[in-house]
Design a protein around this ligand. Sequence first.
Ligand code: CO
Length: 163
Amino acid sequence: MTIRIIVKHPSEILTTPTKKVLKFDRKLATLLKDMHDTMLDSDGIGIAAPQVGESIRVAIVDLGEGEDIIEMINPEVLETEGSVIDIEGCLSFPELYGEVERPFYVRIKAQERDGRWYELEAEDYEARAILHEIDHLDGILFDSKILRVVDSSELENEEEEIL
Ligand code: CO
């Protein structure tokens, strides 16, 4: 179990578009494990590689409660639909929460840790988490999308909203 240091805003690596993963090796598997450990340690439900100092297209979403861990390597958004405003936080922005508008539905393609391509459809908060993490891979941070800052006292489930 390895907890890595989470890169906090402001940091250049967080706003730099990441590079494609070309090698699906043990190093990648270790990174995925470390990212998951680090995310859980900070009560997050999503994390992207630049947040642990690796500028490559790797991200995880894990909503918990028996849901599968979604590992996204080289993800691409294929389709989005609808729009919903909900509250987000981010591991790289301690104590900042805000309302962000995102599509309700998303369809993506991405690679598994062994390089196989897959497609995934998601809705509502799962779609939000996926899109928040893919934004990280493009160097886009959620603070630029906040419509209204939300005080943490207004939150019902703080740990369910940190992406
Ligand atoms: Co984030």
